[in-house]
Design a protein around this ligand. Structure first.
Ligand SMILES: [Zn+2]
Length: 84
């Protein structure tokens, strides 16, 4: 009847080629994701490092020096620090 049968024969999709392309895409995606993860992890570490500040300090009422809050005496003037 109508000779449209031949036109339905499209180019066969080569599954190997598709798999190869998909693999490349996935590989690229993974590489990118991994590098993002690495830089993200580095950023987190940097943030933690920065947030790790020295011990809390108080200002000496005698000489206005910054001394560790867990010190009983000022490291600068040697006077006793008033504690709460
Ligand atoms: Zn002092």
């Amino acid at each position: 009847m109508s000779g449209s049968e031949a036109e339905e024969k499209e180019k066969p999709v080569k599954l190997e080629k598709v798999a190869e392309d998909t693999g490349k895409l996935v590989g690229k995606g993974l590489q990118k994701a991994w590098s993002v993860t690495k830089s993200f992890g580095k950023g987190v570490v940097d943030t933690i490092d920065k947030n790790e500040e020295p011990k809390e300090t108080i200002t000496c009422p005698h000489c206005s020096a910054s001394v560790s809050s867990d010190s009983n005496f000022c490291a600068s003037c040697g006077k006793k620090l008033v504690k709460k």
